[in-house]
Design a protein around this ligand. Structure first.
Ligand code: ZN
Length: 130
């Protein structure tokens, strides 16, 4: 029987090399997920936007600047950024340490009524055994 989950271990975010797409490795069916490590002072090679996909960026470590539609703001460990498909975006590392980020990409507007856990979720009424 096929498992209902997949696990990918980096051990440490420092072990991420360049940009790694994880959709296939994790068997994602409704999103793309990538993690990327930017070297100190590394700049994005280009601005980009999307046609249909919204993105959420999670800054996992380091310090940098993010820009959307020409607005620039500081980001660092603990920052989350949502960008609508048309947002023209880029990220750069402005620090002396590597910056590691995770990007989740999914079709904008696809969540619909399932955005409430209690609409889509089911509580399994059994004690949790570990
Ligand atoms: Zn993108």
């Amino acid at each position: 029987m096929e498992k209902n989950y997949a696990v990918k271990q980096f051990g440490s975010w420092n072990n991420v090399e360049g940009k790694v797409f994880l959709g296939e490795a994790l068997g994602l069916t409704g999103a793309q997920l990538s993690v990327q490590k930017l070297a100190p002072q590394e700049d994005a090679p280009f601005l980009h936007a999307h046609k249909r996909h919204e993105e959420v960026y999670l800054i996992l470590s380091g310090k940098g600047e993010y820009q959307v539609d020409g607005e620039v703001f500081p980001v660092g460990e603990g920052t989350l950024i949502r960008v609508a498909p048309a947002g023209v975006r880029a990220l750069r590392n402005t620090g002396d340490e590597p910056l590691v980020m995770c990007c989740i990409q999914y079709q904008a507007g696809s969540f619909g009524e399932a955005d409430d856990f209690m609409v889509d979720g089911t509580i399994i009424n059994e004690p949790v055994k570990w």
